[in-house]
Design a protein around this ligand. Structure first.
Ligand code: TYM
Length: 318
């Protein structure tokens, strides 16, 4: 049976190594294991990003940057479909259809909404309704697998619930139930302060950071004095090396936080450098990046429009 994979990232800033290990790396690993008939859809979730960015230059720049990032980490536009959410209007259309079968209390149970409310943030209708647009993103493609970090798990459950609810209400089997894929050990990548790495906490290490930026971030990692192994340094190190590989280093440098941080800078830089260089090269040919997105839009639209037509028949507007 062929398998369909879909995931996405919001173009709300530069991706960090939390995005990479938690999700983006899986996009590439899964792509490289595709069998014939399988599909890998990788989306730039710009309409989701619009909840956070209301500046046209920033939106354009972030979107293009994310397309370059995808290519730089190894997403191959021949094997995968890279596309912009806003290029496929079926997403917002299906999102609307889902709104009509969804209740407010159900959306009020979303972690993202509860967090925003707890922080007394003014929440836009778009942000409140985020899970319905995300359900449309996923369900339009008959997706089987959604590779994401832990924080997106609930959103995939919303997509499953919505598929079930739609199928039940309209007595149909229109939507397939997607499964979430999170990888143990990286589902929540910690930031420099030990909390979840997140753009909004200012505790990130950029996925394409320069050596100077890596050094600055690593030297800022919060260390708990008194223990032999600085927990937050070690947690980050484990993203790059196995326990067995790290054991001699940490054994030889018990309590020597500076030496351990230096080693971590070295390892992060060695890991990022090839991607950073590839990215610099890709950024020199922007026309090619635009062409990838244009082609991705055509491929994504073909699938999404077909599914939307099916839905329209089921609900009786077509
Ligand atoms: P976004 O843009 O916030 O994050 C992109 C991906 O990175 C993961 N992630 C992390 N994983 C582990 N540790 C961390 N510290 C960490 N921080 C971020 C996220 O879990 C995510 O997988 N709603 C989505 C984008 C989206 C989407 C979709 C994803 C829109 N439509 C459809 C899948 C399918 C989001 O805001 O991700």
């Amino acid at each position: 049976m062929s398998k369909i994979i879909l995931s996405g990232v919001k173009p709300t800033g530069r991706p960090h190594i939390g995005n990479y290990f938690g999700a983006m790396k899986q996009f590439v690993d899964l792509q490289n294991k595709l069998a014939s008939g399988d599909h890998n859809f990788i989306m730039i979730a710009d309409y989701h990003g619009l909840n956070f960015i209301h500046d046209q230059a920033t939106m354009r720049e972030n979107t293009l940057n994310l397309a370059i990032d995808y290519l730089a980490i190894g997403i191959d536009p021949v094997k995968s479909t890279i596309f912009k959410q806003s290029d496929v209007s079926a997403h917002t259309e299906l999102g609307w259809i889902f709104n009509t079968i969804t209740t407010m209390p159900y959306l009020m149970r979303a972690h993202a909404f509860k967090d925003a409310e707890a922080k007394n943030k003014e929440i836009s209708v778009g942000a409140f309704d985020y899970p319905m647009l995300m359900a449309a993103d996923i369900l339009l493609y008959n997706t089987d697998i959604v590779p994401v970090g832990q924080d997106q798990k609930q959103h995939v459950e919303y997509a499953r619930d919505t598929a079930l609810k739609f199928n039940h209400i309209f007595k149909t089997e229109t939507f397939k139930l997607p499964d979430v894929l999170t990888i143990e050990g990286v589902a929540v990548v910690p930031g420099t302060d030990g909390q979840k790495m997140s753009k909004s906490y200012g505790n990130t290490i950029g996925l394409f950071a320069t050596r100077e930026e890596i050094t600055k971030a690593v030297m800022g990692i919060v260390t708990d004095s008194g223990s032999d192994v600085p927990k937050n340094v070690y947690a980050m190190h484990r993203l790059l090396k196995s326990e067995a590989e790290l054991a001699p280093l940490y054994e030889a440098n018990k309590g020597k936080y500076k030496a351990l941080k230096d080693a971590l800078v070295e390892d992060i830089d060695a890991f990022i450098k090839p991607m950073r260089e590839r990215r610099e090269e890709l950024a020199r040919d922007i026309d090619k990046v635009h062409a990838v997105l244009a082609e991705g839009a055509i491929k994504a639209r073909a699938q999404a429009d077909m599914k939307l037509a099916e839905v329209k028949k089921v609900i009786g507007v077509l």
